[in-house]
Design a binder for this molecule. Structure first.
Ligand SMILES: Cc1cc2nc3c(=O)[nH]c(=O)nc-3n(C[C@H](O)[C@H](O)[C@H](O)COP(=O)(O)OP(=O)(O)OC[C@H]3O[C@@H](n4cnc5c(N)ncnc54)[C@H](O)[C@@H]3O)c2cc1C
Length: 484
């Protein structure tokens, strides 16, 4: 048996590697076991490569519309192979950076598939590490040589940070050819002429936006009455109008009931609520109906760890019901976002250290979708605030009233703020439009500091910036809007 660790983390994604760095900073002897790639889904197959693809699409869009800015660009074109190569390169660079950070912080990286072998009460947890799993897709980086691998390891604390994988609907199993998950959608061999995207959450909408901008005929099919179902209805409505203006076809309240694969593509039967059924045809289908936690094969059930509907049950500090075993990130439940995983990892390790830690506040986790136009939000939607029995004051400010938005040529969008009418507490902020994923953090800080509406109104925002719309939206909630 190898030396005992203070903290051993299973999974080197954003949850796992950030937890490992914080643990090392706090003086813990730390190891990360990873079966495939440092950086996890986020750096290799999620957040980062999608943003690289979307950046190519964004530049292509501006090049196509260059005449709006008085510029002459002859019909722009693209090379999909090069677009994908750039995206993979960005991923590779950042995943390599995680390797460097592990080394710098003297964290052992153990390569292989981990399983909890023994979790004795009060004693160290034992973890076996087997062979590297045959990756779902080829690892972005060659596995570094000369590091730890197969064996049995002991640790006082084991943090499970094994992430998630695509949810699969029965009868609509991805085959990597006609029916894609995000893995295939991330590196298409060729540009599909037509595409159906099943599911309009962040992953589905980002791919729909990418492929539509690059010229594919794209239809999004969403089961619920609203696209981007977790977002404020008004914001999702503005986004939908813009998507449709770009030519994206959207069916809501519509269920995919059958998918037939043929030589030239897929034939998809869709049923709407009123019982009508229609058949859509496309070259490819992207299944984007959510993700599910990687809880299997980890020895969790045998160790007595509670798992509910595929999610490891934890307290607000990441602790499971079994002494010495913790879980963070996607495997510990929604929102399944990288920054939530990172924060959970930090909280978990600091709590183990005995620091005075604040518990995870899920209502203050922002969500961003990097489609065109972008969508960003934090806190309660107007509907959820009302459902919770709050009397609300709502402020709105449209991009058309903002000088910077007009100068950028981005007049479509909305900033919406939801306050408690009685206490002035900022309950939620919701935005759609250019660069809103960079703006939302202002409201996240305000919520975190429990800033009052008065303080927000007294804050000076630089001119000309898109951030002025945040100010105006707050002013509007209290009948003081200036530029509208
Ligand atoms: C297409 C797409 C786009 C996304 N875009 C965004 C975005 O813009 N912003 C955002 O915040 N989030 C985004 N996400 C979500 C984000 O990627 C996840 O929330 C995040 O990666 C979760 O981090 P994690 O550490 O919990 O798990 P992961 O990143 O999934 O990492 C888990 C790691 O554990 C390893 N592992 C699993 N089991 C074992 C085992 N038994 N032994 C050893 N290793 C194991 C895996 O190989 C993996 O490397 C996106 C996801 C997708 C799919």
């Amino acid at each position: 048996m190898a030396d005992a660790y203070d903290i051993l983390i299973i999974g080197g994604g954003p949850g796992g590697y950030v937890a490992a760095i914080r643990a090392a900073q706090l003086g813990f002897k730390t190891a990360v076991v990873e079966r495939e790639h440092l950086g996890g889904i986020c750096l290799n197959w999620g957040c980062i490569p999608t943003k690289a693809l979307l950046r190519s699409a964004e530049i292509f869009h501006y090049a196509e519309n260059a005449s709006n800015y008085g510029l002459k660009i002859q019909k722009p074109d693209f090379d999909m192979e090069a677009v994908v190569k750039r995206s993979r390169g960005v991923s590779g660079q950042l995943a390599g950076g995680v390797g460097y950070l592990m080394k710098k912080n003297k964290i052992d990286v153990i390569w292989g598939e981990a399983k909890i072998a023994k979790a004795p009460k009060g004693g160290p947890v034992e973890v076996t590490v087997g062979k590297m799993q045959k990756p779902v897709v080829e690892p972005q980086n060659p596995i570094p040589k000369g590091v730890l691998g197969e064996g049995r390891y002991k640790a006082k604390h084991v943090i499970v940070a094994t992430g998630a994988r695509p949810r699969v609907l029965p009868g609509i199993e991805p085959d990597g050819d006609r029916i894609w998950t995000y893995f295939e959608a991330m590196k298409p061999k060729a540009m599909p002429k037509s595409l159906i995207v099943m599911g309009s959450g962040a992953i589905g909408i980002e791919f729909a936006s990418f492929y539509k901008t690059m010229g594919a005929d794209v239809t999004v099919v969403e089961l619920l009455p609203q696209i981007m179902p977790v977002e404020d209805a008004e914001i999702a409505g503005v986004a939908r109008k813009q998507f449709e203006k770009q030519g994206l076809k959207i069916l809501t309240g519509a269920k995919v009931t059958k998918v037939e694969k043929g030589a030239n593509g897929v034939s998809v039967t869709v049923e709407t609520k009123d019982g009508k059924s229609q058949t859509l045809k496309a070259e490819r289908l992207i299944s984007a109906v959510g993700v599910m936690g990687n809880t299997e094969g980890l020895g969790l059930e045998e160790a007595g760890v509670q798992i509910e509907r595929g999610i490891v049950k934890i307290d607000p500090y990441g602790k499971t019901n079994v002494e010495g075993i913790y879980a963070i990130g996607d495997v510990a439940g929604p929102p399944m976002l990288a920054h939530k995983a990172e924060h959970e990892g930090t909280i978990c390790v600091e709590k183990i250290k005995g620091l005075d830690v604040h518990p995870m506040k899920k209502t203050e986790i922002p969500g961003c979708t990097y489609c065109q136009p972008q969508v960003a939000s934090v806190g309660l939607t107007e509907a959820k605030a009302k459902e919770a029995g709050r009397k609300v004051k709502v402020g709105r400010f449209t991009f058309r009233g903002n000088g910077k938005a007009i100068a950028l040529g981005e007049p479509e969008g909305l900033v919406k703020t939801v306050f408690d009418a009685e206490t002035g507490e900022l309950l939620g902020a919701h935005m759609v439009g250019a660069e809103v994923t960079e703006l939302i953090q202002g409201f996240v800080i305000a919520m975190g500091l429990e800033t009052t509406e008065e303080e927000l109104m007294h804050t000076v925002f630089p001119h000309p910036t898109l951030s002025e719309m945040m100010h105006e939206s707050v002013l509007d909630a209290f009948g003081r809007v200036i530029h509208m």
